[in-house]
Design a protein around this ligand. Sequence first.
Ligand SMILES: [Fe+2]
Length: 420
Amino acid sequence: MQLTLRKMLHNLGALTELSAQISSTQNFEEVTRASLHTLLGTLAIPRGAIARFTARPRQLKVVAAKGLAGTVGERFVVGRDEVERLVSRMRPIEVAEERNGFAHFVRQNGGAFERLRARIFVPMIARGELMGLIFLSDKLTREPYGEEDIEIISAISQHIAIAFYNHRLLLSLKRKADENRRLYREMRHIYRDTVRAFGAAIDLKDAYTSGHSDRVGKYAEAIAREMGLTGQSLEYVGVAAYLHDIGKITVDRAIINNPRPLTDREFGELNKHATTGYEILANIRHPWDEIAYMTKCHHEKVDGTGYPQGLRGDEIPLGSKIVTLADSFDAMMTDRPYRSRLPLDLALGEMRRHTSKQFAPEVVSAFCRLLLKEIQGLTRERVIIPIIGLKFDREAAENQLTSMLAELDGVRPKYRSAAS
Ligand SMILES: [Fe+2]
């Protein structure tokens, strides 16, 4: 009686140990090996192996073995009907028993059974599915397996089966997650390419500002990065910049390409492009809602004199303030029908003159920092200089930017910065 009690406690201990092993985060092969060792140790069985079942290809493959050198990787052929019978059997099966119902399976895999020195094999079943087989040799005492042994073997094999099932589930979830991540990345690329293609299409309409959207996109991304934006916030400022003039596709080409100063009516027509752009973009489902609104506000001025809404300071989204500066800088640095491009010092002078009026000081400051770093070779890659070229006096530009930065340092925006 006492012996039985001790044995039960021992078995209970083994099961607890097994549960701990199975739920641990160790690598799965390790868990399988440890589970096999626990099972063999509990019943003093010198040799054993665990084979995992896969449906495609339909086979059993040894994944862990003890006392059976060179048997890991051994494969068993198994028929569809044999799989079904193993599932319904669930109990340990004597290899030598003629009428065990698996004579064909044993004969067909005779060599493998011999190499595993298998006396019994135990189907591992979880949720009605075959997970694998456990092969056990004779016990150390060579006594036959008793009723109690069979009970404990069945219990342990079910534990291992559940671990196999969970592991398979985990792998398939991981595969799905990887696949989703890949698809998401692909969609982002497609989205980005589409945005750039749109930008290029907008630019085609304007004979004088070829590549404008592309340059504004690049400037805006670089300024946003300099302002500390990262990840999605950075990306959506870039997208808004590439698309900022999309509303121009509805403006008469004659107005856009008019070399003379525009009349009030023409100005009115042209200025509609901010609102039209918003209407176009608001109908597209972007990854980020802010994009349509950012483009709408790219002609707002921080002093409230811009259009279409006359927003002031902080009412204007940060992304729009960045696009405004990038847009104006590119306009100054490219030839227009009514004037040639400005030299850099004059463009910077204009920027300084319109700070806190048209431009947000924190954006001007970021732009100056960025350009200064590019001139001094302190950035990983240059964005502004490759676009504007090197036809400027480097030292003069450095001095001008440094003095602008010193001046801006003392300028506290009258409104709270949207970046803060
Ligand atoms: Fe515009």
